[in-house]
Design a protein around this ligand. Structure first.
Ligand SMILES: Nc1ncnc2c1ncn2[C@@H]1O[C@H](COP(=O)(O)OP(=O)(O)OP(=O)(O)O)[C@@H](O)[C@H]1O
Ligand SMILES: CC(C)(CO)[C@@H](O)C(=O)[O-]
Ligand code: BAL
Length: 332
């Protein structure tokens, strides 16, 4: 009779034990929709002294989010993901109502990772007990603002955006009480704002920044890419190409801001012109290109030797606004 060697038998047993552990985790993702239920579930890991990693999202998940979740699971035994479309970070004329909401697909994706312990799905009324009208004059309650780095770049076009992000992230940190948290480089200014928030409010949380995940053509993945047709996605790469050209210029030693930016503007202008000439039924419109100081986020007039820079920009593709950035000799 064919006998399995003990070592082989052992590894088969281990394989099944590991499979059954991971499928246990898969089946037991705890979906928690209220603050008390989340707090009570969280309690056990304090007693067990198990570290918790937290990935906040607005859902409509893609590879960028999933990559953050995988990184989170490499750092901590317990992984929490939140899905909450936060009204406070949307301007009155922005896309709060049409923002993609794909909860069951999101949960499927998270289950397939086999590493998520809980998905926190709070309700707007619980996060904002005083209500959250989008007009600032009508708002009541507590808001958090990280002064100095919230009003330039993204803050120019979206003046209340980082107030909304800072407020909701502080609330989520208070509820989830993570030891580690994971944000994506795609939203570079958001990373700087959250880092400052953690430090200024003395949250005992270590922040990690995951690299930007891109489509094959270079376009940064984003939930809002769902608003774009394949043709729009194709022309949207002008932003990434412009940023890459600026970064390459810096890499080759060019330090003159105007020369660096002019190369980026040329790329955007060419794409804008082509879209117009071909009469494609949408327009490209540049919001901004920036070469900024990684700490103050102020525009760099002189790019000094040894000083890094965040090269970033925003582009309207039809009515959809996309953002992207590249880092030169710096981290977030
Ligand atoms: N392409 C990406 N690569 C890495 N991280 C990303 C990427 N896109 C988003 N993230 C990160 O995922 C987290 C949740 O982001 P969010 O849910 O707003 O998704 P999004 O794709 O940025 O959506 P939106 O289209 O609204 O900007 C944030 O920390 C964000 O920086
Ligand atoms: C951090 C965040 C989840 C806050 O709503 C959001 O701004 C996002 O998804 O980047
Ligand atoms: N990722 C940032 C979310 C927003 O643009 O609203």
């Amino acid at each position: 009779m064919y006998m399995l060697r003990p070592k082989l038998l052992g590894s088969i047993n281990n394989f099944f034990r590991f499979r059954s552990m991971s499928s246990q985790k898969e089946q037991s993702i705890k979906i928690l929709e209220t603050i008390p239920s989340f707090r009570s579930w969280r309690q056990q890991f304090i007693k067990q002294d198990k570290q918790v990693a937290f990935v906040p999202t607005m859902g409509s998940l893609h590879e960028g989010h999933l990559n953050l979740v995988k990184q989170a699971s490499e750092h901590c035994p317990i992984v929490v993901v939140s899905i909450f479309v936060n009204p406070a970070q949307f301007g009155p004329n922005e896309d709060l109502d049409k923002y993609p909401r794909t909860l069951s697909h999101d949960l499927e994706l998270l289950r397939s990772l086999n590493c998520v312990d809980s998905v926190f799905l709070p309700k707007v009324k619980d996060i904002y007990p005083s209500g959250i009208p989008l007009e600032i004059e009508k708002q009541k309650g507590t808001f958090i603002e990280v002064k100095g780095i919230s009003h330039q770049l993204e803050g120019t076009t979206r003046p209340l955006f980082f107030r909304g992000v800072s407020t909701v992230v502080a609330k989520l940190f208070n509820i989830v009480q993570p030891n580690h948290t994971f944000f994506g480089q795609k939203d570079a200014q958001q990373c700087a704002v959250i880092r400052a928030l953690i430090s200024d409010l003395h949250f005992p949380i270590e922040m990690h920044v995951g690299a930007t995940k891109r489509e094959h053509n270079g376009l940064a993945m984003s939930s809002r890419n769902q608003y774009l047709t394949p043709e729009m996605r194709n022309y949207a790469t002008a932003l990434y190409n412009a940023l890459t050209t600026i970064k390459n210029g810096l890499g080759k030693g060019e330090r003159n801001r105007e020369i660096l930016l002019s190369k980026g503007y040329e790329i955007i202008e060419e794409a804008t012109k082509t879209v117009k000439e071909k009469n494609l039924g949408f327009e490209l419109k540049l919001d901004y290109l920036s070469v900024a100081d990684p700490t103050t986020l102020e525009e760099l007039q002189e790019i000094e030797e040894g000083k890094g820079a965040i090269i970033s920009g925003a582009l309207f593709v039809g009515t959809t606004r996309i953002i992207d950035n590249l880092l030169f000799n710096c981290t977030l």
